[in-house]
Design a protein around this ligand. Structure first.
Ligand SMILES: C[S@@+](CC[C@H](N)C(=O)[O-])C[C@H]1O[C@@H](n2cnc3c(N)ncnc32)[C@H](O)[C@@H]1O
Length: 334
């Protein structure tokens, strides 16, 4: 049980006192102060509060929401080959899979129901998925177990109270998570510490301008009793089950806490945290460009204030179906 954690125990720490850990059959214990964490259904329960009163208030609210509405959820028929097909249809997951080397350690922060972690582990990488929602992690772990995936493991953790030591990972992915916390920059700063020097940071956030139509649709759904789904391009898709559409609808329109951010803001965060900008989706100054040859780990220009602005105001019209989402990739230099 928990062989991946045992095998990599050197990268783990107690989220309360940062001391080393021992993995027992049914629990995990910290060596210095005896803090004990249960293991339920193969998932170490290592979520702790302690980020401050406001931070904890948000994390409890968001946790409750995702315990009730695991995201993005699975279809009943999902298996490794359908997981690959769906992941590759999203282009982003395929670009990650194509660009990330084998035999590296990846942390997915806020992995939700674990699709990306499970997918990336198929290519012989050690993937660690963490989330605050235990119900999401159960779904992630069921998929892993049912399909005998050996290189991925899941942990309940609050990103503000890490269970990993500094400089443990070659790549950290945090997609759609930081904007559901009390302070996205502080969250990014904390997870950046877990990255090795020259490691890649991949973060996905809601864009201030790109999210315009989603914000406009919110009151319309409220006034029409959650009808008029045809207004949301994702909800109009015919290739998705109702389970997944419902998870999307709640995530987009009933989330208890979300913030939005701009390209310039994240560039500033990167520079304050010792992260070199590498690339973005959408591409600054060329929003229409994204194909399977785009190497997201190859350094691109960060554009000008003007080109970034134009890209952002075009987002609601061109990338609207992703809910105004953008991704920025950086490399740690410290
Ligand atoms: C919109 S979902 C994104 C899930 C997945 N990354 C994806 O792209 O499909 C946001 C996830 O962030 C998790 N989350 C929110 N705040 C968190 C925190 N403080 N620490 C860890 N995970 C958090 C939620 O539980 C939820 O599963």
């Amino acid at each position: 049980m928990h062989s991946l954690m045992k095998y990599n125990i050197g990268i783990f720490q107690c989220p309360l006192c940062k001391s080393n850990l021992d993995v027992e059959e049914e629990y995990i214990i910290c060596r210095e102060n005896g803090h004990r964490f249960d293991i339920i259904d193969d998932i170490p329960i290592m979520f702790t509060e302690g980020g401050g009163e406001y931070a904890d208030k948000i994390v409890i609210k968001v946790k409750k929401f995702y315990e009730e509405n695991p995201f993005p959820n699975y279809d009943d028929t999902d298996n490794p080959s359908s997981l690959i097909n769906k992941a590759e249809a999203s282009v982003f997951a395929k670009l990650l899979n194509d660009g990330l080397p084998f035999n590296i350690k990846i942390l997915e922060v806020g992995c939700g129901t674990g699709q990306l972690s499970n997918y990336l582990s198929l290519a012989n990488r050690r993937v660690f998925g963490i989330d605050i929602s235990l119900n999401s992690l159960f779904l992630a772990n069921n998929f892993k177990r049912d399909n005998s995936l050996k290189n991925v493991s899941f942990y309940q953790m609050n990103l503000f109270k890490p269970i990993f030591k500094d400089e443990s990972f070659d790549a950290i992915i945090c997609n759609g998570v930081l904007h559901h916390t009390h302070e996205a920059y502080e969250g990014m700063n904390i997870i950046t510490k877990l990255l090795k020097n020259r490691g890649f940071l991949i973060i996905g956030l809601y864009n201030r301008y790109g999210r315009l139509f989603t914000k406009l649709r919110k009151p319309i759904f409220r006034l029409t009793g959650n009808r008029l789904h045809v207004l949301d391009p994702y909800l109009s898709r015919t290739d998705l089950t109702d389970v997944k559409k419902n998870a999307w609808f709640l995530d987009q329109y009933h989330n208890p806490h979300e913030t939005t951010h701009s390209f310039g803001e994240v560039l500033e965060w990167f520079s304050k945290s010792g992260i070199e900008f590498i690339s973005s989706i959408p591409v600054f100054g060329n929003i229409a460009y994204l194909d399977e040859d785009y190497d997201i780990f190859l350094k691109k220009s960060s554009g000008s204030v003007f080109s970034r602005f134009i890209t952002q105001i075009a987002m609601p019209f061109i990338t609207n179906k992703e809910g105004g989402f953008f991704v920025m990739i950086g490399r740690k230099n410290s």
